[in-house]
Design a protein around this ligand. Structure first.
Ligand SMILES: *Cc1c(COP(=O)(O)O)cnc(C)c1O
Length: 428
């Protein structure tokens, strides 16, 4: 049988790039197949090098909330690209971006732009430690906060899928001050504080777990974290790299009505360009250099073309709150329908969802943390995912990732996706 262009490219790629990819989840290892090499995308569709068409449910892992190729974003990028790609000097567009973020997220008085979610989180943690003059941080099992050393402890996402919770090359000293607790368990958080109390600089949390599959917080969980931080003088950091500007304009913190001290962004904030940001209360952010003594820098941070893309998308979202109302309603009915299809199949699988994020876990157990997520039958997910991909539905190639619905998905595309899932369960 002739090999596909994607297969040929992958063979070549593995010679020159570790695993053939620049980020592990793209390797399709956890569904036992080879990656589709994508050549272009538009709205909710993507095409691979073999001209297969897909309805895209990852949206670049979140940024494409308005779909690929949104004309406002594209125009902004083209316009700014003509002015020179980067200057390494202050620009007015950085002020525009900072004002926009502060206007959309009330807990943020000041914001610093960086180039990825990883950088945003790493920097926010440093600021929290500098501000509190404490070293320990609490993170949750199954939450992913990028690949910086201190946070690669029982991380979710690609690390979890590979079944290797920690990474080689991270000195024990780097994680010695990282304490882990169980998601959705205030008891386990209290245990950490009982043990380390006023040594804890911050709790960092994904306000909706989205890197062990989609795991929403139980009622009261986030507020409980806020209360315990207040009690011990620790900071609360919401990692809103996925939830920020997705659940609603002011993210998970607006949705749940819980105010963090620091927030990290990525993904949507750059509309597909490499952008991250962290921000929070003025007194905390004024710890950052050159005002304060917490050092953080970036040659390409606040890059004008990247800012232009992000601003175009965020401005549209700010001015059109109805996008969220409609998207969240559409996603609600999509995921309820998917749960129905799964129920009819008699397999007892769980569909978790909140707003436009969701996951089908191949387990009969309710999924509310890392341990329960891990009860999923990843082989069963792989089988389902390969079928869907072979039938034009591009799902996350791993059980422990979310499905992202965008405002560009049409009712027809969503109906076609559900029909494909129904056929899978009928025939397999
Ligand atoms: C993706 C992600 C990160 C890391 O962002 P990168 O841009 O990949 O470095 C951090 N936190 C969360 C919650 C994420 O989903």
């Amino acid at each position: 049988m002739a090999i596909t262009k994607s297969e040929a490219l992958f063979k070549e790629a593995v010679q020159y790039i570790p695993g053939g990819v620049n980020s592990p989840v793209r390797a399709f290892g956890s569904i036992g197949s080879t990656p589709r090499f994508i050549k272009k995308a538009d709205k909710a569709l993507m095409w691979d090098e073999d001209d297969n068409e897909y309805i895209d449910f990852i949206g670049s892992w979140g940024p494409m909330i308005l779909g690929h190729n949104h004309p406002l974003v594209l125009d902004a990028v083209l316009e700014y690209a003509k002015r020179g790609l980067s200057y390494g000097a202050a620009t007015s567009i950085e002020v525009d971006m900072a004002k926009l973020v502060c206007s959309m997220v009330p807990s943020i008085d000041m914001v610093r732009m960086v180039n990825s979610g990883t950088e945003a989180v790493m920097s926010a943690v440093r600021v929290a430690r500098g501000f509190t003059r404490r070293d320990k941080i609490i993170k949750f099992n199954g939450c992913y906060h990028g690949h910086s050393d201190a946070l690669l402890v029982k991380a979710g996402s690609g690390v979890m899928t590979a079944g290797v919770p920690d990474s080689l090359g991270v000195p024990a000293g780097c994680t010695a001050d990282t304490v882990t607790a169980d998601y959705n368990s205030l008891e386990s958080v209290q245990d950490c504080f009982d043990r380390y109390g006023e040594q804890i600089a911050a709790i960092i949390v994904e306000p909706v777990g989205a890197n062990m599959g989609t795991v929403p917080p139980k009622p009261g969980f986030l507020q409980g974290l806020r209360d315990i931080c207040d009690k011990y003088g620790s900071l609360l950091i919401f990692d809103e790299v996925i939830t920020g500007f997705r659940m609603q304009a002011d993210g998970a913190q607006g949705h749940f009505g819980v105010t963090p001290d620091l927030t990290t962004f990525g993904k949507i904030i750059g509309a597909g360009m490499p952008v991250g940001a962290y921000g929070g209360r003025r007194e905390i952010m004024e710890m950052v250099s050159p005002v304060g003594a917490v050092y953080q820098a970036g040659t390409l941070s606040g890059n004008p073309v990247a800012m232009a893309a992000g601003i175009a998308q965020l401005t549209y979202l700010k001015e059109h709150p109805e996008v969220y109302t409609k998207l969240n309603k559409t996603a609600d009915s999509f995921f309820s329908e998917l749960q129905k299809i799964v129920d009819e199949s008699g397999r007892g699988y769980q569909v978790n969802h909140i707003c436009s994020l969701g996951s089908m876990f191949c387990t009969t157990q309710e999924v509310y943390d890392y341990e329960t997520a891990k009860t999923s039958d990843t082989k069963a997910y792989a089988d389902y995912c390969n079928y869907m991909q072979n039938h034009g539905i591009y799902l996350a190639p791993a059980q422990f990732e979310a499905m992202f619905i965008s405002a560009a998905h049409t009712q027809e595309q969503l109906a076609q996706t559900l029909e494909t899932a129904r056929n899978y369960f009928k025939n397999n």
